[in-house]
Ligand binder design. Structure first.
Ligand SMILES: NC(=O)c1ccc[n+]([C@@H]2O[C@H](COP(=O)([O-])OP(=O)(O)OC[C@H]3O[C@@H](n4cnc5c(N)ncnc54)[C@H](OP(=O)(O)O)[C@@H]3O)[C@@H](O)[C@H]2O)c1
Length: 334
């Protein structure tokens, strides 16, 4: 099996990312995602498959991994990238997100956190991202943390700097802050999918990011699995924390699932592939999470083709007509 490898996207002078990455929030998370250490073999197979097919970058976070498993996602990515022997090995890139813990108050706390991530990864962090902005609840915490990211960049400890869950106003002031220090914001990671159009429709982030030359990374592009179509009715729900949320959303999003299914069939693709492809057509770099090689293989099929403009618009029209969308991350700023 060989997929069409698409050209990499330049996000910084020395960092090129595949047009789709892989999210690894589930790799170590028991509470939401039902992770168990016995899954590590299948996760390594997932990693190997993706890299071998040219999807060479992985998104993680230093807060990923529940309880005693804190940092597990980074540790697994470190092991997998060290042990990987196949094609595209030199292109592997890891993007991590540093959490805005209340005890992280100084620039040095960010530098220390990034060093810890690098230790777990056994390699330098390629793209360091601030996981969220404290602007809504502790605004004075933000500048020292941004300063820490700027120093990481200026000291050559990372290849690129990104932000996450930032709205337009907040992004502009961070942009200015970094510009004064000679640092470029390379990426902005936001929750973006057919069920989470808020960052584009309400926050107008697409236009702003184009203007500032910031690439948009779309997280949860499958709305936590909902857009794959496998959780189609109330008898087929995931266990754990997603259950309640899906129960609420499912009745309202039926029209979208039907349209997604129809457009997927017209293209000979699956709903997951079509939902991810839609994010790519909207100019973002999606990072669907995958828990096993089967899911990874399916998600790889989102590459190598594009929905027509009419199909992109039709999906968006139906999505915008729904009376419910995915809830936004509580840390998302305006
Ligand atoms: N910056 C932030 O604040 C933030 C927040 C959230 C996520 N993220 C990042 O974004 C990444 C992706 O988002 P996400 O993991 O939240 O959600 P997602 O990508 O929308 O959904 C991923 C989940 O959908 C299911 N799935 C994936 N591919 C599938 C397929 N082909 N067929 C059937 N089921 C499939 C799997 O769960 P099941 O098999 O259990 O259904 C998988 O864990 C995360 O891993 C993380 O790296 C960032």
């Amino acid at each position: 099996m060989n997929f069409i490898i698409e050209s990499k996207i330049k996000v910084a002078e020395n960092l090129h990312l595949s047009p789709m990455g892989c999210g690894t929030w589930a790799w170590g998370n028991r509470f939401l995602w039902g992770y168990e250490p016995e899954m590590d073999t299948q996760l390594q197979e997932t990693f190997n498959l993706l890299v071998s097919q040219g999807v060479t970058w992985f998104d993680t976070g230093d807060s990923y991994g529940t309880g005693k498993l804190n940092g597990r996602s980074e540790t697994l990515l470190g092991k997998f990238s060290r042990e990987y022997q196949g094609d595209h090995q030199s292109e592997i890139a890891i993007a991590t997100k540093l959490a805005v813990y209340p005890w992280r108050l100084t620039p040095q706390s960010m530098i220390n956190a990034c060093e810890k991530s690098a230790q777990r990864l056994g390699r330098k962090v390629d793209l360091v991202q601030l996981h969220w902005s404290p602007a809504k609840y502790l605004p004075w915490q933000e500048k020292p943390l941004l300063e820490g990211l700027a120093r990481l960049s200026n000291q050559g400890l990372v290849k690129a700097v990104g932000l996450s869950n930032y709205g337009a106003k907040n992004l502009l002031s961070a942009y200015e802050f970094f510009r004064e220090r000679g640092v470029k914001i390379s990426t902005l990671q936001v929750q973006y999918s057919l069920l989470s159009t808020y960052p584009f429709v309400k926050l107008r982030l697409k236009e702003l990011c184009q203007q500032l030359d910031i690439k948009i990374i779309a997280y949860s592009p499958l709305t936590l699995g909902l857009l794959t179509g496998k959780y189609r009715d109330l008898n087929h729900l995931p266990s754990g924390a997603r259950r309640g949320l899906f129960k609420q959303l499912l009745p309202a999003i039926k029209p979208l699932l039907l349209t997604l299914d129809a457009i997927a069939s017209d293209n000979g693709k699956t709903m997951a592939q079509t939902a991810i492809n839609w994010c790519i057509c909207k100019g973002t770099i999606p990072i669907p999470g995958a828990k096993n090689p089967l899911q990874a293989r399916e998600n790889l099929g989102a590459l190598g083709w594009r929905l027509s403009r009419g199909e992109v618009e039709e999906l968006e029209r139906v999505a915008l007509g729904l009376n419910k969308q995915m809830i936004q991350n509580i840390f998302q700023t305006r």
